[in-house]
Design a protein around this ligand. Structure first.
Ligand SMILES: [Fe+2]
Length: 224
């Protein structure tokens, strides 16, 4: 029996790729396939998971390095924010050139599901809410599973926040996105694009980038 959330640290940038499995069925999604395609494919197949979608929290190279291989193997739709697709297509904006990596080819042959804020996508019994959280990139998203988890990509880390100096980054937008994340119930655990997972409540106390006073006690989920 595998976990609901399975974490794989992939590529030399130590990006977290997650395979989320519905607790009541074999349906699953993969989030940010940044590398190590073979390992990810083997995990999905060896555990007899039914892959529903590939999600991209954003299109930086370290989160998409194994996209083509995973897509070609499973041929499931790639979920990306509608404003992030242009970043995926651009080798400068997606940092392939900056990191000395090959261009992502084959996008034209892939099927994309371009989403917007508050769209809901099902994975078996679970609903995944799309939260548009720009700031690190203009079309960055967080994936929220109500009252349980949020996958924050490179928007929020344990003890840090996403950088805003890459193309389409914006510090004011990041600030707004962080406020929104902290309007969610504080008991939920967040799973970032790098490093370990943490509880929102703990983050308010320890993350030096957050203005504690503002983020505290805004514990309403009306803005999901
Ligand atoms: Fe990033």
């Amino acid at each position: 029996m595998i976990e609901e959330i399975n974490t794989f640290i992939v590529n030399e940038f130590a990006t977290n790729c997650y395979i989320y499995k519905d607790p009541f069925s074999e349906n699953a999604i993969i989030i940010d396939p940044g590398g190590d395609a073979e390992k990810l494919i083997n995990f999905i197949e060896n555990n007899h998971l039914k892959l529903n979608y590939i999600f991209l929290t954003h299109a930086h190279y370290d989160h998409i390095g194994a996209l083509e291989e995973i897509y070609n193997h499973f041929k499931v739709e790639v979920v990306i924010h509608q404003e992030e697709y242009s970043i995926l297509e651009d080798s400068h904006f997606n940092l392939s050139v900056f990191l000395g990596k090959p261009e992502i080819k084959g996008l034209k042959n892939m099927k994309f599901l371009k989403v917007k804020d508050l769209d809901i996508i099902s994975c078996g019994s679970q609903e995944i809410f799309i939260l548009h959280t720009p700031g690190h990139t203009k079309g960055g998203i967080c994936l929220y599973i109500k009252d349980k988890y949020i996958f924050t990509g490179d928007t929020l880390f344990c003890g840090s926040v996403g950088r805003t100096d890459f193309p389409t980054g914006d510090i004011d937008e990041l600030e707004s996105s962080l406020k929104r994340i902290f309007s969610l119930p504080h008991h939920i655990r967040f799973f970032p694009g790098h490093n370990n997972s943490c509880i929102l409540k703990e983050e308010i106390r320890h993350n030096p980038f957050l203005l504690g006073e503002f983020y505290e006690d805004k514990n309403s989920n009306k803005h999901i």
